[in-house]
Design a protein around this ligand. Sequence first.
Ligand SMILES: Nc1ncnc2c1ncn2[C@@H]1O[C@H](COP(=O)(O)OP(=O)(O)OP(=O)(O)O)[C@@H](O)[C@H]1O
Length: 372
Amino acid sequence: MTDVDAGRAIRSLPSDEASLSGGAAPELLRLEDLHTSFFTHVGEVKALRGIDFSLREGEAFGIVGESGSGKSVTSLSILRLLPYPGRVTKGRLLFRGEDLLAKSEREMRSLRGDDLTMIFQDPMTSLNPVFTVGEQIVEVLRLHRKISKKEAWDRAVEGLRLVGIPSPEKRVRHYPHQFSGGMRQRVMIAMALACEPALLIADEPTTALDVTIQAQMLDLMNDLRAKIGTAIILITHDLAVVSEVCSRILVMYGGQVMEEASADELFAEPLHPYTIGLLRAIPGSGRGAGHRLVPIPGTPPDLLLPPRGCPFVERCPLALRICRERPPRLYLPKEGRRVACWLHDEGASDGARSRLAAARDGAALTPEEVIR
Ligand SMILES: Nc1ncnc2c1ncn2[C@@H]1O[C@H](COP(=O)(O)OP(=O)(O)OP(=O)(O)O)[C@@H](O)[C@H]1O
């Protein structure tokens, strides 16, 4: 196979690259060259190796990738909630222009739950079983807002109403175990949104729910984003889920960014062989009964000894020699898109490009086909 020469490319997200963030709302969050590692007894697990992306106020942004790609570590790094022995080793995390890595633990505590919140797959990680949901929402509100107990209680009732809990005046006095799984998820969202945060990070929020409730939750998140103006980072391995909520999607693999695009463009014209693989593996897409699911063969790289070149090289059916030898550069093939893959270098051979185009055409989906 022909190698590529170093054509026009950039190494990271340019600081004035507004087009990638879409729209004109002010920038809310920006990750610059973020590296996070876990210093385990067997060595340094390099979980994130240079993550860049930015998000605007009110935007719905999706992060997708298989298990182990670094999605949760990205969100825990942003919130400064990495478990021991994890540590951010390099990079910047700018929230409204201020570096979160430079903040004290006290400053971070006052941001979390207020302007910056997170929900997890399991609501019981956020809800305390020994207090009523009302008491818990009131506690969050009074920690961050100078309001009376009565006012906080009224707002808790309103919060439950907003997330669609019937009879909120009564339910506010109930304990978490008195709610069904889907309703508990709504309570968790009400608590996360109590202070009308600027950013909600939702890590696999619907994975444990059945499909009908999952759809209701996604509708709810869309609805609340419109009402409150909270930006959302939705983390999932499920492309169908992000397609329902997010306007822009970041694809991660092996602790690195593979590709970023608007949701429509990502499905219509995936540019990275990894994204193509993810699309071909989507269950339930509308490509007819004869369509076969094609899981990506192989396993993710060992992050104790990450590959020298592209992290996807061992599983990539289109890999070139250079992919093994050098980390891919970041290409901006068109406005609003970026992709880290040598096949997009101007020095890539015609043969390599046409193999990529053929793989892409076999995987592209319309948004309607992605929706479950
Ligand atoms: N506590 C830890 N100790 C050591 N390594 C860790 C730890 N937590 C995460 N990692 C490493 O970070 C990598 C990325 O983990 P992360 O949880 O971010 O993946 P993910 O994309 O969110 O996957 P999943 O969907 O399964 O949660 C893991 O593969 C693992 O190598």
